[in-house]
Design a protein around this ligand. Structure first.
Ligand SMILES: Nc1nc2c(c(=O)[nH]1)N[C@H]1C(S)=C(S)[C@@H](COP(=O)(O)O)O[C@H]1N2
Ligand SMILES: [Mo]
Length: 425
């Protein structure tokens, strides 16, 4: 380095209110200065903790997280009496997680009529409608096809819907944005099976149906199905869990979570969309004039900070790492900016790779908190050039009736005492 400074002084400002250049993450010399900010001086002899003095426990056949991590749980609200029995949402605790992959036990869940108890040996998937040869598959016959593994997020179109509300919800990122998870999915590309069935040239859409009590059905454009839709059998290396669609689910990367049909039992090729309940009265974007936007299926780029976030208590002025998630249903995260002064100035965050299309991307930014009030925001730009809008801009464009697809900027206020809360900018 040409103009080398003493460790600890190499903290170049990148934006207002203490945001530092992401360069501090690169290079050992610079890191030494950064680590010095949080490391505690050590002088006394090392003591022997109790657990070092005796043999530990025998291993378990299927392990669980440490009991000391007991607070890291999905939140499951009580049954809403207005909805079908078994209707439930489980939200991912992003405030406690790191990296880009959600552990299977913490993957969010939206289930409209309970989780069916499916015997994989009795489950059938049928492909019919506008095809030359209707086909049926068992789990075992599907497993004989070439498998593909891809990392993709799933996000409910209702995720973050509370941010359309007039008053900011005083909640954690789990409450605000927990209907979102990311995983490595392995399965058979739907195009492989459709090619085998032989597509009738009249087919432009397909209907996918779930094998649960609600028989959830959604229409999917055939072009999307032929592009990157997968029949997923594995989630992060193990068979998909019952609540996420065991033994097989549809994965429709970047599109509304609701289209990722769990417990998939039927695909019917059609000329047009079928206007099912879940694409008309629900999960459609209601415009200001009361009409629904037809087929806004892709989820636009979005990001939020996971740390520090509400529930997190700052431990005094000094160096912190801001960490968060960014993603786009339209492509790949190009850049993430963070602000500590409510959007007046922005610093580029470092993207912690791999940065993959239609997958969560972890971003990080160094921040020297001066102990005073700060207003934290993140803003993603994807590779289509789309920039995440402010909440005000989104509300203006969407009108007063919108419920779904909220992707505006989230704002967290850090009070002088170090308490973090969700606010509107
Ligand atoms: N068959 C069926 N598929 C379904 C659902 C359902 O209730 N039944 N819920 C949908 C909704 S609304 C969402 S957001 C996603 C959530 O996927 P996950 O539960 O694996 O996170 O599954 C979708 N697929
Ligand atoms: Mo959903």
């Amino acid at each position: 380095m040409a103009n080398r400074k003493e460790p600890g002084t190499d903290l170049e400002p990148a934006a207002g209110n203490g945001l530092l250049h992401r360069r501090v993450f690169l290079g050992a010399g610079a890191m030494a200065g950064v680590l010095g900010a949080a490391g505690m001086a050590h002088a006394e002899p090392l003591t022997v903790p109790e657990w070092v003095t005796k043999p530990g426990k025998r291993p378990l056949p299927y392990t669980q997280p440490s009991p000391f991590e007991g607070k890291v749980q999905r939140t499951i609200p009580d049954q809403n009496p207005l909805y079908e029995p078994g209707s439930a949402a489980g939200r991912t605790p992003h405030q406690f997680l790191e990296g880009m992959v959600t552990p299977n036990g913490l993957h969010f869940e939206v289930t409209h009529n309970g989780v069916p108890d499916i015997d994989p040996d009795k489950h059938l998937l049928v492909i019919h409608g506008l095809v030359k040869r209707p086909l049926k598959f068992t789990v075992n016959s599907l497993l004989r096809y070439p498998l593909t593994s891809r990392f993709h997020f799933v996000e409910c179109a209702g995720n973050s819907g509370a941010l359309y509300g007039a008053n900011p919800v005083k909640g954690t990122v789990q409450q605000l944005h927990g209907l979102l998870s990311g995983a490595e999915w392995t399965g058979v590309m739907l195009s492989t099976l459709l090619d085998e069935a032989g597509i009738d040239p009249k087919a432009q859409w397909l209907l996918a149906e779930g094998g649960d009590a609600t028989g959830l059905t959604r229409s999917i454009p055939l072009a999307k199905a032929m592009d990157d839709v997968m029949i997923a059998l594995y989630q992060n290396g193990e068979r998909i869990r019952p609540n996420n669609g065991y033994p097989m689910r549809l994965l429709v990367p970047g599109f509304q979570g609701n289209m990722n049909i769990k417990w998939l039992r039927r695909i019917r090729l059609t000329e047009g969309p079928m206007q099912t309940r879940y694409e008309t009265s629900r999960y459609s974007l209601l415009l200001a004039d009361g009409k629904a936007a037809q087929y806004k299926l892709q989820l636009d780029a979005k990001s939020f900070i996971t740390r520090p976030s509400p529930g997190y208590q700052m431990q005094g002025a000094g160096l912190y790492e801001i960490s968060g998630l960014a993603w786009s249903g339209n492509g790949t995260v190009k850049q993430v900016e963070v602000s500590a002064d409510g959007g007046k100035s922005w610093a580029l965050a470092a993207l912690s790779g791999p940065v993959l299309p239609k997958m969560l991307t972890r971003f990080r930014a160094p921040w020297k908190w001066d102990g005073g009030p700060a207003v934290l925001q993140s803003r993603v730009t994807d590779d289509t050039g789309y920039v995440q809008p402010t909440r005000d801009a989104l509300l203006l464009a969407r009108g007063a009736k919108a419920q779904y697809h909220f992707n505006g900027i989230t704002t967290f206020q850090v009070a002088a005492g170090g308490e973090v809360s969700h606010v509107y900018a």
